[in-house]
Unconditional design. Structure first.
Length: 437
């Protein structure tokens, strides 16, 4: 089965080998321009003060990429759950969602047998307004600051095709939901699907013509601004199997900064030492306003890594947005891979990452991801046990490590982590919430 190329897959595994030494490779900075002059913000300072920022906040990555045949979307076909109708042996997701909060109009029948509790095995479509609304409601309810809306290179390059219309529609609905529930949001470009030749022009065109043009996303009172500047993230800079030359990436960063945009870079975990990364990209990392190293796939909690990242960035006057995540597995997509590959440990794995983030000195973070059921990293409600998955197909459940937790446990945990990371509460070295409510 083939999957759409708009994701970070094939970069997750192997990140544990990324270099984490204290030495940074910053040679050659003088030969390339690393930053354009940041113009004065164009926004009324009083309006900017009311808008959400990214410093001192915890955002969750929001994929919004699930679709189903009959959902009325431009794609109007099963996407990301499977290639074709999901059925035993035909699925590309690992963690079964808890669908109980969604209206029946947003749910679609699969080819699986009934769930263990006897209910029909249905799945949601991310295109449904009610689904997006529910997701942002949960962010408000559980105290998550907002969402980084994933905007994939493979979508924006598909000019005039249904997949681009799908993405645009979802981002318009996400804007409306963010405004309804008072959650911040910003665009995160995942450069997957682009190449060295079109990386810069495709993103520039999309930002100009669609994000700030037809969709007017940055005009929303809930669009994240930092220092009066709208925020954008470019994910994949320096990643070995992603597009982008050194000069092209610098040109793109400086183009955004020249327009008064605050730029976050999603970079490899080994960005400081060229570990598991393209060599020589130090000037790119130095040009960013905020650096967000991709920690997903790393099975350890590395306090020294967080400390050293923060110390270097602080010394350079840059901001730090470390990535934390609950666990990982993709055996339903990659047959033969281990089940429950990076265990969640009943929340302890993500919590210890959050502790390390707070102890490093930063007060910002990125949770990967809100709705990534594909690789088992979702914090959105999921099946707690065998009663909530089909009886004729394996799926990861939240009790896989021997502790029964409620389906909303990771939303509750994310809310607690947000308070600890931003300093609203003190550091707790143990998970501070009960497994069930």
């Amino acid at each position: 089965m083939s999957k759409p190329s708009h994701s970070r897959r094939n970069f997750l595994r192997g990140t544990a080998a990324a270099g984490a030494g204290v030495g940074a490779l910053w040679a050659g900075l003088g030969s390339l321009s690393t930053a354009a002059a940041d113009p004065a913000p164009q926004q009324d300072p009083s309006a900017a003060a009311a808008q959400p920022g990214v410093k001192g906040k915890v955002y969750a990555g929001y994929q919004g990429w699930f679709a189903a045949a009959g959902d009325g979307s431009p794609l109007n076909n099963w996407t990301h759950w499977a290639a074709g109708k999901p059925a035993p042996g035909n699925q590309t997701f690992e963690l079964y969602p808890d669908i109980s909060a969604y209206p029946d109009s947003a749910l679609f029948q699969t080819g699986y047998a009934a769930l263990g509790n006897g209910k029909p095995a249905k799945l949601f479509s991310s295109y449904a307004t009610a689904v997006i609304d529910q997701h942002f409601h949960w962010m408000q309810q559980y105290g998550i600051d907002g969402a980084a809306l994933q905007r994939f290179g493979s979508d924006i390059a598909a000019t005039g095709q249904p997949r681009l219309q799908q993405r645009n529609d979802i981002h318009g609905k996400a804007r409306d939901a963010a405004q309804k529930y008072g959650r911040g949001f910003y665009i995160e470009y995942d450069i997957s699907g682009l190449n060295d030749g079109n990386l810069v022009s495709a993103i520039q065109s999309d930002w100009t013509n669609t994000v700030t043009g037809s969709l007017h996303l940055t005009d929303s009172p809930m669009y994240a601004h930092e220092g009066g500047k709208p925020v954008v993230e470019l994910w994949g800079l320096g990643v070995s199997n992603r597009a982008g030359t050194l000069q092209g990436c610098l040109d793109l960063i400086n183009w955004f900064k020249g327009k008064g945009v605050y730029v976050i870079g999603g970079v490899p975990r080994g960005w400081r030492t060229d570990g598991n990364a393209k060599p020589g990209f130090a000037p790119v990392y130095a040009a960013l306003n905020m650096v967000s190293p991709w920690n997903t796939g790393n099975p350890t909690v590395d306090q020294k890594l967080f400390n050293d990242d923060f110390a270097l960035l602080k010394s350079r006057g840059q901001d730090y947005q470390p990535v934390i995540y609950p666990g990982f597995a993709w055996s339903n997509w990659h047959v033969g891979e281990a089940k429950n590959q990076i265990p969640r440990k009943a929340g302890n794995f993500m919590w210890q990452q959050a502790v390390a983030v707070r102890q490093s000195g930063t007060n910002s973070a990125f949770i990967a991801m809100f709705d990534e059921y594909d690789e088992g990293t979702a914090i959105a409600p999921a099946a707690t046990d065998a009663s909530m998955i089909p009886t004729n197909q394996y799926f990861l459940t939240l009790d896989a490590d021997g502790t029964h937790v409620s389906s909303d446990f990771y939303l509750r945990l994310a809310g607690a982590a947000t308070k600890m990371i931003n300093g609203s509460t003190g550091i707790s070295t143990t998970v501070p919430i009960p497994p069930t409510t």
